[in-house]
Write a protein that binds this ligand. Sequence first.
Ligand code: FAD
Length: 572
Amino acid sequence: MVETYTHDVIVVGGGAAGLRAAIAAVESDPQISVAMVSKVYPMRSHTVSAEGGAAAVAREDDTLEMHAYDTVKGSDFLADQHTVEYFVEEAPKELTRLEHWGCPWSRNDDGSVATRAFGGMTTKRTWYATDKVGFHMLHSLFQHSMRFERIVRYDENFVTQLVIDDGAVRGVAAIDMRTGEMRLFRGRAVVLATGGAGKCFPFTTNGNIKTGDGMALAYRAGVGLKDMEFVQYHPTGLPGTGILITEATRGEGGYLRNADGERFLVERDYGVGQKAELGPRDMISRAIIQEIEAGRGIKGRYGEFVHLDLTHLGEDKIDSRLPFVRELGRTYVGVDPVREPLPIRPVVHYMMGGVDTDIDGATSIPGLYAAGECASVSINGANRLGSNSLTECLVFGARAGANAVRHAAGSAEGDEARARQQVEDEGARIESLRGRKKGGERIAAIRHEMQSSMESGCGVYREQGPADETCRTLAQLKGRYADLGLDDESKVFNTELIAALELGNMLEIAEAVAVAAAKRQESRGGHARRDFATRDDESFLFHQVVHRDAAGPRLERKDVRITRWQPEERKY
Ligand SMILES: Cc1cc2nc3c(=O)[nH]c(=O)nc-3n(C[C@H](O)[C@H](O)[C@H](O)COP(=O)(O)OP(=O)(O)OC[C@H]3O[C@@H](n4cnc5c(N)ncnc54)[C@H](O)[C@@H]3O)c2cc1C
């Protein structure tokens, strides 16, 4: 039995982007009703774990132009510049609005908003709320969203398919995880705000729920995925768990040291110049790998690492600005950063790529929008600057939400019977998976092979041979996935079934990443090829968009929009 719920706009995801989109939708039209469908309770979205801050011009010594230029340069000139210009203009307005909704930004003594330094930014422009920024931002958004009865939440509903009819999106199919029953959420516009896909890799800061579901939903429905080869490694993750130690540690003055105690970013030329520890993430991650390869790493139980030294900052500063970092160090590696340096190594953190959208968040399917980490609206290009992403969720979440309403107002509902039929067919597919004992393949085995293959072919450094090998492995794994065996036949909270669906999504996304990485024979931003070590604007100054064809992934080129800043060598 398919239960049907009808709203004007369906938002998939309750993180920063989804909540902002839902609020913008109801605020832009007093009649509109929004369904917010999320596989977890909104406060459990990955946004909650953000530590460092959100970027927006706030100080007198800063300008919108500087923020835009830093972002474009950080992107290694692959961002669409008209989008970046809009982003920096809206950023201060969005962060101020969030304060009015209750976000407790940290303050200077004179009462003005405090800002901290972040990698690749020329001046202090990262707003923060100690080092629990994501928690406070998400909480403010969630609380504000509850003022609107017209935002109806469907928590713990897992979306498995987009309902497309007559060439336009008509809603989504979802499993109510509590009962195992299928549901049809009908709407005249859908906003995907499902976050990133770090779980395609073995070692990541990302929560277990970041499995690229929304990207896979759009990809299967025929929308292209853009800039997928660009995966951000954050330089400072804790070995073993991958737990993030925020860049704010370096913003507040922390040092990176090798086994000899040297500040290698100062001692050797890694392209970060005077910025040293405040260089961008791609460059610092590569510097750490090079130090380890040169024999200057420190050996540990989980491989080699380097040190993040905060001891010179003093207990007061650490406790007031970085209390969470102290807690994480003590709890997860038994190191108190007030007294000893923390062990760290590069870790998969963020997907620059995602669902190909325009500046409005619109995709190639009428009525389908995307925003936040699952989208590629194209402000991040080949490398995102830390603290731009939370702001991106607000700026483009709001824009996508408002545009979804505009679209909904001018379009028909679509045929209900046909929409139901699609959900029934999807339900039958899922039913055939549940407790299907016959297959010989295990979820954990395929996931493990996918993750290690992604690390070898699409890691910090890439090369043709291993990247091609990863493409072949992923194609085989997709074949093996068809023979998956599941044990749990129950309907109520069948987490094995959900894990199987998530694995299917990750295999699609991993393949898109690998295929795009194998094809881009140059080094740009987060994509560093050992065999093509320099950037090649003549041959590769374009976005790659991956399409899912019957024969496999197909790549298309898309122009980069350049408005004011011509590509130049990226050095700091
Ligand atoms: C540890 C960590 C620290 C970070 N720190 C910072 C920082 O300091 N500054 C910064 O700018 N950025 C930071 N980032 C990045 C930033 O937090 C994320 O990019 C951003 O929060 C993503 O928000 P989102 O709304 O796009 O997605 P998320 O917050 O990931 O939310 C995704 C939502 O989609 C829902 N969903 C997913 N799949 C489905 C499905 N199949 N069906 C139904 N619902 C689904 C989930 O339930 C969830 O509600 C950090 C990231 C991490 C991992």
